[in-house]
Design a protein around this ligand. Structure first.
Ligand SMILES: C[S@@+](CC[C@H](N)C(=O)[O-])C[C@H]1O[C@@H](n2cnc3c(N)ncnc32)[C@H](O)[C@@H]1O
Length: 366
């Protein structure tokens, strides 16, 4: 089955996520990608995909005429093709509505303020969710029908609703945590995922909601209490283990099927650091991350995926200063995973106004 993904705000990272899970991933322009899958359970597991749709062989008019649904049809069109505009998209939708009306169907068309409907509009109108509520997505002469849109409320509730939060350790967005987990590649349900810098437990929360067993360790006792509290809030304590431990020398309890972690990122910063400070912080982070990878290499099996987010710092000129760890991984006993549609430089997660960005590194134990 051919699927279409509308990629999130960090489209390269979203592409990497899709490549890790599905075959034939092909970018269409900068914001879309198609891929093949026989079974895709739900968009709620894909942190980097905003809308998910399935290709249809007929045009929307025929699709709607053949639809076995007696109630009022609510539909909208998003045209992601080059040169698309709201006026053309809206007039196409109204033309389809007229044909359907003459065929005795009751129809409402969602108004296009832009050539594409925003995910918020799609979500609030329950397109792809409620029977007869449909979004058609056009790209060139290909048509897709929406199967799901990112549930913004669910992400917000998981992020802001959890009882133990700490701005100082940074706020890993749940979507990014899902991406880190998915970059491990397909894992069997119930696999055990380790986060050795678990902090308040965002990776543990997301992994447990995705059906994995979770194991978190952190050097700080307070953080372990926070992770414990947050997992209890999700009712996921039974399939989890959290312990205090320094990642550079801790002996983890097997099994470890995959590792997904936002490592130590250094102190929070509100403006780009001066070179001298950058050097000190870099050394500290590098020491902890290399020490951790060395310690981990002795404890995991060949091919175990290890996905880490490491810091990169915004410089006054707008570029990012990276840890340049790539040469180290080989020596430490890991291969760096390569992608078809992007390079390592693309695996950077940053938000406007943030000084500490995250570079994502995907490794496999040699
Ligand atoms: C950026 S935070 C991770 C935040 C986490 N993703 C969350 O959901 O809150 C990094 C964490 O690394 C921990 N840490 C720092 N040095 C460590 C070490 N040597 N071993 C284990 N944990 C360490 C800190 O206590 C902190 O909780």
């Amino acid at each position: 089955m051919q699927y279409l993904a509308v990629l999130g705000r960090q489209p390269k990272l979203s592409l990497a996520e899709l490549e890790s899970l599905f075959s034939d991933v092909t970018p269409l322009g900068l914001t879309l990608a198609t891929f093949t899958s026989t079974d895709i359970s739900s968009i709620s597991r894909l942190g980097g995909t905003i809308k998910l749709a399935q290709e249809i062989s007929e045009k929307p008019e025929k699709y709607l005429l053949d639809l076995n649904f007696d109630g009022k049809i609510v539909f909208g069109i998003s045209d992601y093709s080059k040169g698309a505009n709201a006026r053309k998209t809206q007039s196409l939708a109204l033309k389809i509505k007229r044909v359907l009306k003459t065929n005795g169907k009751s129809v409402r068309v969602l108004e296009n303020k832009d050539a594409v409907l925003s995910s918020a509009t799609v979500f609030h109108n329950q397109l792809g969710e409620k029977p007869g509520h449909i979004e058609f997505i056009k790209y060139g002469n290909r048509w897709f029908v929406l199967t799901g849109v990112q549930n913004i409320n669910a992400y917000r509730d998981r992020d802001q609703g959890r009882p133990a939060r700490d701005a100082k350790v940074g706020m890993l967005p749940p979507k990014l945590a899902q991406i880190l987990i998915n970059l491990c590649g397909p894992l069997e349900a119930g696999s055990r995922i380790l986060d050795p810098f678990c902090g308040t437990g965002v990776v543990l929360q997301e992994a447990s909601l995705m059906g994995y067993s979770v194991y978190g360790t952190d050097a700080s006792e307070r953080m372990i209490e926070y992770s414990d509290k947050n997992l209890a809030w999700l009712n996921k304590k039974s399939d989890s283990l959290v312990e205090v431990g320094d990642a550079t020398n801790y002996e983890w309890q097997p099994p470890i099927d995959a590792v997904a972690s936002e490592t130590y990122l250094g102190p929070p910063m509100s403006e780009p650091p001066v070179e001298i400070k950058l050097k000190t912080v870099e050394q500290e982070c590098r020491g902890i991350i290399v020490g951790f990878l060395k310690n981990l290499a002795k404890q995991i099996k060949k091919d175990t995926p290890v996905v880490i987010a490491v810091p990169a710092w915004l410089r006054p000129d707008g570029s990012y200063y990276r840890l340049r760890l790539l040469d180290e991984f080989e020596k430490l006993g890991y291969n760096v995973v390569k992608y078809k549609n992007l390079s390592q430089r693309d695996l950077l997660y940053h938000r406007d106004g943030q000084v500490v960005a995250r570079e994502i590194i995907v490794l496999r134990k040699k």
